[in-house]
Each structure stands twice: as C-alpha cells, then as structure tokens.
Design a binder for this molecule. Structure first.
Ligand SMILES: Nc1nc2c(ncn2[C@@H]2O[C@H](COP(=O)(O)OP(=O)(O)OP(=O)(O)O)[C@@H](O)[C@H]2O)c(=O)[nH]1
Ligand SMILES: [Mg+2]
Length: 426
C-alpha cells in the first residue's frame, strides 16, 4: 500500500511539473506574440519602421529591449518630421508672405471686440488673411472699451500679417451722454425685453452701436488712416480677393461699400426717420445731389422703407466719416436720444448717411467679396465667377435675390441688368 501511495505521489508530482512547464511556455509565447504583433503594427506603418529585418528587439551591442525600442521610435519620429511633416517649429515662419505688387493705400482693418471674442475673431482673421491680406499685409486695429489681455494680443498678432495695434476706448466715447434720461432709458430696455426684441435690454449693445455710429473713426489710432475694412467675429470669406479693394475704393472715388443689404427690424428704430428728416431740414447743404434716396424711400422721402447696408462688413473712407457733414448728422441723431430710448443700430445710421450724403456712384457693391455673418450669406451670382475665385460657398445660400434683401432695389436704382443666373437663386 505504501508503495502504491508513493507511485501515486510521483505521478501527481510529474503531472504538476507538466502543468507548470505548460504555463511557462504558453505565457512566454504570448509575450512573444505581443511583441510580434506590435512589431507587425510598426511594420505595417511602412517607412516608419526602422527596426532590424528580423523584427528582433535585441540590440546588436547588448542594448536593452527598451533602449532599442526607444531609439527606433525616435528614428520614426524624426523620419516622420523629415518625410511627412516639414512644418516649421514654433517660432519659425509657417507662411512666408507673398507681396502683391503695387503701392499700398493708407488703410487698416478695424475690429471692435472684447477679450472673450478672441477665438471668434481669430476665425475671421484667419479667413481674411488667407483670402486676401497675406498678400497685402495691411495693419489691423483692435478696439475695446476694456484693456486687451495678453491672450487676445498674442493670438491675434500671431494671425495678422501686418501690424496688429490695440487701442482702448476712452469713457468720453463709450457710455451714456449726460443729456440721456437714465430712468427713461431703463424703462425702454424693460419694455423691449418684454417684447423679446433682440438685444432690446442690453446696455452694452447700445454703447457698441453708438460707438460704431459716431466714434470709431475718431479713435487716435484710426486717425492715422484714410480707409478702413470692418471685420467682426465669426465671419467667413468664401472667395479669393486677388486684388486690393482699398486701392479700388481710392482709385474710383468710392466712400462706402457693402456686400449684404436688408430691411431693418422696425421696432428698433420707430423715430429714426423723423430725426433724419429733421436733419435734412436743418442741413440741406449736406444732402448730396444724385443721392440714393430712392433706395431708402418709396415715396420721395416721406417714409423710410427700412433698407440698409449690413454694417458688420464695410470698406469705407474715414475722411468722409470725419467730415463736417457726417459729424453734424451723427450729432443730430445722438441728441435725439434714439441710441438709448430706442435701439438704433449703426447699420441704418451709416446706411442712411451714405445714401443721402454721398453720390449714388460713391457707394460700391462688392459682388466678388463672398461673405457670411450669421445668418446671411453673400455668395457671388454666376458659376464661372465662383470657380475663378475659388469660392467655397453654396450658391443656394446666397441672400442677394431673396425677398428680404434690398439688393434688387439697388440694381433698379442703378438701372443695372441682373447678373446671369440670378433667377435660379431667388
Ligand atoms: N469691446 C466691446 N466690443 C463689443 C461689445 N459688444 C459688441 N462688441 C463688438 O462689436 C461688434 C458687433 O457686436 P455683435 O455682438 O457682433 O453684434 P451683431 O453683429 O449685431 O450681433 P451678432 O449677430 O451677435 O453678431 C463685434 O465686433 C463685437 O465683438 C462690448 O460691449 N465691448
Ligand atoms: Mg456680429
């Protein structure tokens, strides 16, 4: 019995030894498989694989596996940089600017923004630079009623190809003038809030509209320039601008320009036209012959049809805005109080001024500058034009021939034939 127990014990021991050997061999083969499959993964990346042809991770001079793997990966990385990604390192120039020939105009881009607008304005800058300014390197003036912070300055100055300049707006240009009755203004904001009028209860929006209407062109930085191109956050430019619009404005005696026009929200400007009529009576000397009154009014000036140029895009002449005519106009409207007792926007204020105080051919429609500001798109009419200018807008989004656009009236005012293909975009 003792003998058979001993045999049984030997058999069990032998079996246990076999199990241990099996586990050791199977686990080492799974490690190998793992290495093989990682090797396979690297190999499958083709040129990235810099290991030996046998796939061994043993260094030829006795290096550890880790060291070999690391040196292989480093080699892969530098091969990646050399072969696939020649992007310059931080601090180097990623976009050498190409200088378009010709003399530059004394002009600048101008943006009113808050620090919190940095990423939205960055998108706009990038598009303006890519589509136009990287070849022209015009300056960019940023204005704010607060100090710009370091992030805003760092990010925007990295994106602009010309000089980026930052200006703070003084309290004399941003705030309530002393002739405004604060209680009355507060009541209006309350009422507009109840009526759900967009920005109806906002104080800062009103300061912004008044600043854009009467002051941005008088900021000390802006005093240095003759022309401006206004850019807002989150806009898009869909087509190449392969010429200098500032030069076009100057050479053709244009003072104001637009890409989109539409009807203003009536509740925000109930008495604006009455004030304009008061101004026209007081200052007939400022009203131009051959103006665009018929674009603003369907009854010779008795009533306003609410057409206006959308002022979030503007290329214009600063000397005109600084002229006695425009300053008298702005001062007259400002004293009427409608920036605070209603919610007058800078778009109808600029548009009415341009339409009445300029000759109609001093206002230019830039059909070839394709543009988006939420919610409207101007995408040039005509397929060949869009292809030539490498546009990426969908012509179906074009607002030009929509019933709410005032462009049709503009074409009628100038007796212009509609561009080919416009019917398809109505
Ligand atoms: N510094 C400063 N800039 C402002 C303020 N409010 C608006 N802005 C800027 O003024 C411009 C017009 O303001 P928006 O908020 O875009 O007004 P909007 O185009 O009528 O409305 P959205 O449809 O919201 O774009 C933009 O460039 C804003 O960044 C403000 O309180 N301070
Ligand atoms: Mg805007």
């Amino acid at each position: 019995m003792a003998g058979s127990t001993r045999y049984l014990r030997y058999i069990l021991l032998a079996f246990a030894a076999l199990v241990v050997i099996f586990f050791i061999s199977s686990s080492s083969s799974s490690v190998d498989d793992g290495v093989k499959s990682a090797t396979g993964l690297l190999k499958s990346k083709g040129s990235l694989w810099k290991g030996s042809s046998t796939g061994s991770l043993q260094g030829s001079q006795g290096q550890s596996k880790d060291a070999v793997l690391e040196s292989n990966l480093n080699a892969s990385e530098s091969a990646f940089e050399q072969n696939s990604s020649p992007n310059p390192k931080y601090g180097q120039v990623t976009r050498p600017s190409t200088q378009a020939p010709g003399e530059r105009v004394n002009a600048t881009f101008v943006t009113l923004a808050r620090n919190g607008d940095v990423w939205e304005i960055s998108r706009s800058i990038r598009q303006v630079e890519d589509r136009f300014n990287r070849n022209y390197n015009y300056d960019w003036v940023f204005l704010n009623d607060d100090e710009f912070d370091d992030t805003f300055k760092k990010v925007t100055s990295a994106l602009t190809s010309g000089r980026a300049r930052y200006g703070k707006i003084g309290p004399e240009h941003w705030g309530f003038p002393d002739f405004i009755d604060q209680d009355k203004a507060a009541r209006v904001r309350e009422e507009m809030h109840e009526k759900k009028i967009i920005y109806g209860d906002s104080i800062s929006y009103r300061h912004m509209c008044r600043y854009e209407s009467g002051f941005f062109f008088r900021h000390p930085l802006m005093m240095e320039y003759e022309y401006y191109w206004r850019v807002e956050p989150s806009i898009e430019l869909f087509c190449d601008v392969g010429y200098d619009p500032f030069r076009y404005m100057k050479d053709n005696n244009k003072m104001y320009s637009f890409v989109l026009s539409l009807y203003e929200y009536v509740e925000t400007i109930p008495t604006l036209w009455d004030s304009v009529k008061g101004f026209m009576e007081q200052h007939p000397e400022h009203i131009s012959e051959n103006n665009s009154m018929d674009w603003l009014s369907d009854d010779g000036g008795k009533t306003y049809n609410h057409c206006h140029f959308w002022s979030n895009f503007e290329i214009g002449n600063l000397e005109w805005l600084r002229s006695q005519a425009y300053i008298d106009y702005f001062t007259h409207l400002d004293k009427a109080g409608g920036f605070f007792y209603e919610r007058w926007g800078d778009a109808p204020v600029h548009s009415i001024a341009a339409a009445l105080m300029l000759k109609k051919d001093q206002i230019h429609f830039f059909n070839d500058i394709a543009y988006y500001h939420v919610p409207f798109t101007h995408c040039p009419t005509g397929e060949q034009k869009r292809l030539d200018l490498k546009c990426h807008c969908n012509p179906k989004d074009n607002f030009d021939w929509n019933g709410y656009s005032c462009l049709n009236r503009w074409y009628e005012l100038h007796n212009l034939p509609k561009p080919d293909g416009y019917e398809a975009e109505q």
